[in-house]
Design a binder for this molecule. Sequence first.
Ligand code: 4AD
Ligand code: MG
Length: 475
Amino acid sequence: IKNIISRPDGGVGLAGERIKAAGWVKTGREQGKGSFAFLALNDGSCPGNLQVIVDSSVAQLSQITPTGTYVHAEGVLKQPPEGTAQKVELKVEKVLEIGGIEDSKEHPYPLPKAKISLEVLRKKNVHLRPRTNTISAVIRIRNALSYATHTFFQKHGFLYVQTPIITTIDCEGAGEMFQVTTLFSEADKLEKELKEKPGIPQKDGKIDYGSDFFEKQAFLTVSGQLQLESYACALSSVYTFGPTFRAEQSHTSRHLAEFWMVEPELACADLVDDMNCAEAYVKFLCRWLLDNCLDDMEFMVKNVDETAIDRLRLVSSTPFERITYTDAIALLEKKFQNAVEWGIDLASEHERYLTEVIFKKPVIVYNYPKGIKAFYMRLNDDEKTVAAMDVLVPKVGELIGGSQREERYDVIKERILEAGLPLDEYDWYLDLRRFGTAKHSGFGLGFERMVLFATGLDNIRDVIPFPRYPGKADR
Ligand code: 4AD
Ligand code: MG
């Protein structure tokens, strides 16, 4: 019981105190031949429940005991009898509000008492799953990681910059963008009939479709990086934290079509500074959870992954391994032989082999072949590799992708052309190199992958409130 017992002055109640508590019944049972009931009440603030005792003279017990019922009650806190697990219980004197359960044939309560799989829950009742112990703990951990993120960057003097969600450029150059249109574009076939109707926007005698709204084809952002660079090249170190979108056909437990990304951009920083920042940030997140979210982490250890806390301890205290891509390939060739050669992108089995078998801790792989990385990464002197780095962690694989940015005008221009990207779309980006170009670096941390790593859950779809993936964008 943490916030569930709140006094009007915001303090935490003690035995003997009169308090009000509100929450949802986890379990309720009538006792003493129906003379009173025990309720386990939870308001989502912590994994523990408040034990509540209600006499039949105070409320109709059959109405108040079903799982899921909302109860707002006033009473006095009592010390429970010796040997009880509870530290304190609430003896109700007055029920202020009840939000009942309609558990009928037509509408049976959708969450069964018995444990159900996260997959069934996600598919059938994604909107009710915050009522389960697991998802509510995940969401509190997610909240803590989000608070820790702002704390870390603010503490180190980074400015929070909100980069746009609707954009006209493809940051990663991978063509995995969702296009933005208006509802009217759906009406293509009905053009004639629609034109007659009042209120439909028209331009030069034609219906004004979505693409015309911005006068250019617009998309949902895959990363805020390029826009962030224009702020880093004026305000020094900045970061953004927002939703990003990828239209990739990845049906894996590590990919979402809509995910949140934390992206810092560091002015006056090279690849080593970038790796140092990434490592310090991930360590800070792990330590934060140990210091501020231990009860939820203990829940994870008991119910989801018994190594979850050990993993946080290890990561927060052990230096990450740093290894070049070339050296990583040499190690992988020993194990995977012909399936691996210099120039390939690392597959998740390779990432897991490095972090779980060889080094048994996070590994930063850097200096990747330029052919498998984005155009904006700084070309190394060997002209074969770029100053890129990925942070790989046990269980999850790639958690962070980052790089030193190409700050040389001639080189970046050449790389854009080489990548087959339209130069005119990136002309504004070249301005950053034309006028006062500066060394700078940054990275993106996949926020859901961090939640996955912390909680020990198996599927990324269970660590975001409403997951979007190929075939699913419900509610
Ligand atoms: O490696 P990525 O593609 O890097 C970028 O987008 C850079 N522009 C970031 C930067 O330098 N500012 O993506 C960064 C991270 C990945 O390491 C991964 O953790 C996560 O974002 N990520 C995804 N997470 C969930 N679902 C997906 N489909 C993801 N794609 C990338
Ligand atoms: Mg990447």
